[in-house]
Design a binder for this molecule. Structure first.
Ligand SMILES: *[C@@H]1O[C@H](CO)[C@@H](O)[C@H](O)[C@H]1NC(C)=O
Ligand SMILES: *[C@@H]1O[C@H](CO)[C@@H](O)[C@H](O)[C@H]1NC(C)=O
Length: 942
């Protein structure tokens, strides 16, 4: 039983039903019966009912009456919430703060943008938005005043799907609390019970503007348990409970003030592959598990309603105890419409199954999460019980398993066009929630409107969580969770200058990188209408092969800039400011001429001329992808779509049949025309260097291939059979031999391999040796090993470190040893203990790992971890340059994913050029429209 304090009439009076309670009440009617409903309604509105008749009531009757009344009360803030003068999270001593002259994106569809306004923060809330004058500032003497200088200010970012604190960084066995494996139905579990207060990611995510997160259990279970909303800032109490935002009173079964309506609860559900895989279940099994659980919960709910029908009509005799089951009470609350249910669910079949479940048991769903096929079935979503769920998704992270295969970058805009709420989420640490804003930026790039893109990480998730009375907006009376940005929040690389949570500034000495003024407004993004329509038409698999090569003369007009490779360097060789907008002439894969129109006019000789206006676009060297299994797999989660994993000499008995060829060549396993490769090609990444997939020390020999090729025998499909030799020295793999054992094995392989074998060639410096290593201690050991082997052989290993999360610590030593570094991913995350000492970059540090290494003269390339992200290489390098405070030029940015990678990986220089319209390849304004390929002697329209 709940230990409910007895209330007084004042309390009861505050329960006078508002319209929405009556409506809520009516929706329950069908289950309770009209008569009971009428009694109930009367009992709620007769405010002195309890006290009038209490004398004649049996013991516990007040409690029972109260409890029964509470069952029909919809969660939400109390009526007087909006009159609050102070936040329940206010920290005494927090100074009032006035932000002067802000450009505000409010979150409010009534008027999204305000210019030149002041925002007053006090007592943990926003006290005032507008032009501050003596009136609005009356009574404030010691204000902290911040001149925002017209910078953009938004509400704090709300991440609706996070595993912050339960799937912790660095990941350690002792803090792994995401998934219980105790059965498919676990509604009684609470993520709060495993919340690690020491996760490195809180600080990092705050530095990306995230102020609130919904911490969900994982997706191993059909019903994984209850989720909790936290604010990310540190608290004086240092406890998980003190981080909670409006926790439901069920967490400790005490209600501070019994008159308060309940608070929203959050719950995780999951369908499809994950719960199926974990329990060896089919989809049929998983849905039966759901139905069985909900059927049990429904029976309890019906017993409660019968009980309450008796209570309300005064049938006290033989009443017994209130029917309850602690295991299922949260599910009963779902059936009462008092829980925000978040369901991880991808495919049409799963979405349809779940929509039927909501109708069979009549409960509303807050959101489908991931939902990579939601954009294909909007009508199904609209058939969900009660309301159409929001869709919480990634921008471009897809194809990692079958149910994500048909994911589309156009899903956010398509869903929005169907009137469905769009939320962008991180699934942190799947995506680092520090960069949740980037998901909104990409959704915007691919066609979601600017206001919906920003709403998708602020006001919409706030509403879906049932917290839009206090977060997600910049409005008077709302929580003082505010971010000032160094550029327009939809501009690439936008970074907080300062973040307030509950009115407390979070960045102690923020570093700001000066940004070009062009980034102070939302980018005007390309038109993708045709591509979006094709995504739907082809059921998520629109054809991606380009198939329109031409050897005609192409005349590009309105050219903004041209960059090209001069030797192994990239230089801008033409810029519109030099000579007005230029022209560029291309024929048969050759850039014949560029510059002023007059200079090139002679080249327009043939009749077969196509003209194309680039609208200030550019021509620049094509990009190279490195670091993921791009070209070796189609769907990571499906073994039958992958080349597979090589045998490891430290873990396996290598079969005799491989003798003499133990080092495997990736070229022998290449899969062409994978969707990720074709998408990369269409985004200007025309080649990739890929090593065999390995879970051990030796990966093998990488290959260089063309991402746009249809098959391996097409001219130019394989650029180079063999590029470099790849190994990995790591603490990561479970059950793997020690790092010292790995180093010994590597030393032996380098010193004692037969003449002409890959390790012998690497020892002699004839092919590069690429060692994947994150940790500074391992990297130091590798530098010593190189010196040792070099002394022995009299030559020099061409060593490249990839991964390299902690390489910046050894910048000087790496430069001295002439060892290059491929930083992958390009924006660091302290995922493991061995990679925890990251250099996070602005606003937390002035330098990034990339800029530090470059400063010391190290050759730096960037890599990726998963093939879906190859297409975004152009934005990764743009971002690296933008956060360098001008230290990395556009040409150097391009080099990070082209010439530098070629040097570090032993790949010969590629001559492909990328043509963009609307801006350079580094801009959100630009779209890749063509590839000039001298290697293949043609031009290809994208
Ligand atoms: C607000 O900031 C803008 C941009 O920096 C500036 O032009 C303007 O003068 C500022 N207004 C005030 C009142 O300071
Ligand atoms: C129960 O939780 C609420 C909400 O966090 C809190 O205000 C209250 O102090 C807690 N009560 C006890 C007895 O811990």
């Amino acid at each position: 039983m709940d230990k409910l304090p007895i209330h007084n009439e004042v309390v009861v009076a505050r329960f006078r039903p508002r319209t929405r309670w009556n409506l809520k009440y009516l929706s329950l009617l069908c289950l309770c019966g009209v008569y009971v409903a009428a009694q109930w309604s009367r009992s709620i509105s007769r405010t002195v009912f309890v006290d009038d008749e209490s004398a004649s009531l049996p013991a516990h009757a007040r409690e029972a009456l109260y409890k029964c009344k509470m069952l029909s009360v919809k969660p939400g803030p109390p009526d007087d919430f909006y009159q609050r003068s102070q936040s329940d999270r206010f920290v005494k001593g927090t100074p009032p703060t006035l932000l002067r002259n802000a450009s505000v994106w409010t979150g409010d569809s009534a008027g999204y943008e305000l210019r030149g306004v002041d925002i007053l923060l006090d007592k943990g809330i926003i006290k005032f938005v507008g032009q501050a004058d003596q009136g609005s500032l009356y009574g404030y003497s010691n204000l902290v005043t911040v001149d925002v200088g017209g910078s953009w200010v938004t509400p704090g970012i709300v991440d609706m799907h996070s595993h912050l604190g339960v799937d912790s960084a660095p990941s350690l066995a002792g803090a792994s609390d995401t998934n219980s494996l105790k059965g498919p139905i676990l509604p009684w579990l609470r993520s709060l019970d495993g919340l690690n207060t020491h996760d490195d990611a809180y600080r990092l995510s705050i530095s990306g503007g995230v102020t609130t997160a919904n911490v969900l259990p994982g997706s191993a279970n059909a019903i994984g348990g209850q989720a909790f909303v936290i604010k990310l800032r540190p608290t004086a109490e240092r406890s998980p409970s003190s981080m909670l935002l409006e926790p439901p009173y069920t967490i400790n079964d005490t209600r501070v003030d019994p008159s308060l309506p309940p608070r929203w609860r959050q719950m995780k559900h999951a369908c499809g592959e994950n719960p199926g895989r974990v329990y060896g279940n089919t989809r049929m099994d998983t849905f039966w598990a759901f139905r069985q659980a909900y059927d049990e919960a429904r029976k309890i709910k019906e017993k409660q309603d019968d009980y309450c029908a008796k209570v309300v009509t005064g049938q006290w005799e033989g009443l017994g105890d209130f029917p309850q089951d602690l295991r299922l009470e949260a599910l009963v609350d779902v059936l009462r419409g008092r829980v925000k249910v978040h369901t991880h669910c991808y495919e049409a079949v799963d979405l349809d199954d779940f929509v039927r479940l909501t109708n069979e048991f009549q409960f509303p769903l807050a959101a489908f999460h991931h939902a990579h096929e939601a954009y294909l079935v909007p009508e199904t979503l609209k058939r969900a019980y009660g309301n159409t769920p929001a869709i919480a998704m990634f921008a471009t992270n897809a194809r990692y398993k079958r149910e994500a295969y048909r994911g589309s970058e156009f899903a956010p805009r398509i869903l929005a066009e169907n009137g469905i709420d769009v939320v962008m989420k991180s699934d942190h640490p799947v995506l680092n929630s520090r960069y949740l804003l980037y998901e909104a930026q990409q959704a915007h790039y691919y066609g979601l409107s600017p206001d919906l893109a920003l709403s998708s990480i602020t006001s919409v998730p706030a509403r879906v969580l049932g917290l839009d009375h206090r977060i997600g907006f910049i409005r008077e009376g709302y929580d003082a969770d505010i971010v000032i940005w160094d550029s327009h929040p939809l501009a690439i690389g936008a970074t907080p200058i300062q973040v307030w949570i509950d009115g407390i500034s979070q960045l102690h000495s923020p570093y700001v990188s000066a940004k070009p003024s062009t980034l102070q407004s939302a980018p005007s993004t390309p038109n993708f209408d045709k591509e979006a329509a094709a995504a739907v038409k082809y059921d998520g698999l629109p054809p991606l092969s380009t198939a329109s090569p031409t050897t005609n003369v192409i005349v590009f007009t309105n050219v903004g800039s041209v960059s090209s490779k001069i030797g192994t360097e990239i230089q801008q060789v033409f810029s519109a400011s030099d000579a007005g907008r230029g022209v560029a002439i291309v024929k048969a894969g050759e850039l014949l001429c560029y510059g002023a129109h007059a200079a090139c006019v002679n080249h327009i000789t043939s009749n077969e001329v196509e003209w194309s206006d680039l609208d200030g676009g550019s021509i620049s060297p094509a990009l190279v992808s490195y670091g993921s299994p791009l070209g070796l797999e189609e769907i990571h989660g499906e073994k039958s779509t992958r080349d597979g994993v090589v045998l490891d000499p430290l873990a396996h008995q290598i079969p005799d049949v491989l003798e003499g060829d133990e080092v495997i060549r990736a070229v022998d396993g290449l899969l062409f025309a994978t969707r990720d490769a074709l998408l990369a090609y269409r985004a200007g990444v025309t080649s990739a260097v890929t090593a065999p997939a390995s879970k051990g020390l030796v990966a093998g020999l990488s290959t260089v291939f063309s991402t746009g090729a249809a098959h391996g025998l097409q001219a130019g499909a394989v650029v180079e059979d063999v590029a470099a030799l790849h190994v990995s020295v790591s603490h990561r793999w479970s059950g793997s031999p020690s790092v010292s054992t790995q180093v010994t094995a590597l030393r032996n392989l380098l010193l004692h391999s037969n003449e002409g074998t890959p390790f012998n060639l690497a020892a002699k410096g004839e092919i590069p040796l690429v060692v994947e290593a994150e940790n500074a201690d391992i990297i130091a050991t590798l530098l010593k090993l190189k010196a040792e082997v070099d002394t022995h052989t009299g030559s020099s290993i061409r060593l490249t470190i990839s991964g390299a999360a902690e390489a910046h610590i050894l910048s000087k030593e790496l430069a001295a040893a002439n060892v290059g570094v491929i930083v992958s991913p390009s924006r660091p995350f302290p995922e493991e203990w061995q990679s925890r000492r990251i250099l996070p970059g602005p606003p937390l540090t002035y330098d990034s790992a990339i800029s530090t290494l470059l400063d010391h003269g190290v050759t730096v390339g960037i890599g990726i971890l998963e093939p879906w992200s190859a297409r975004s290489t152009r934005f990764d390098i743009a971002w690296a340059a933008l956060e360098s405070d001008g230290k990395i030029s556009e040409a150097q940015a391009l080099a990070l994913a082209s010439t530098n990678l070629e040097k570090l990986l032993g790949a010969s220089a590629q001559g492909d050029l990328v043509v963009t319209r609307g801006g350079t390849i580094l801009d959100f304004e630009a779209k890749v429209v063509g590839i000039i390929s001298p290697r293949r002697g043609l031009f290809e329209w994208i």
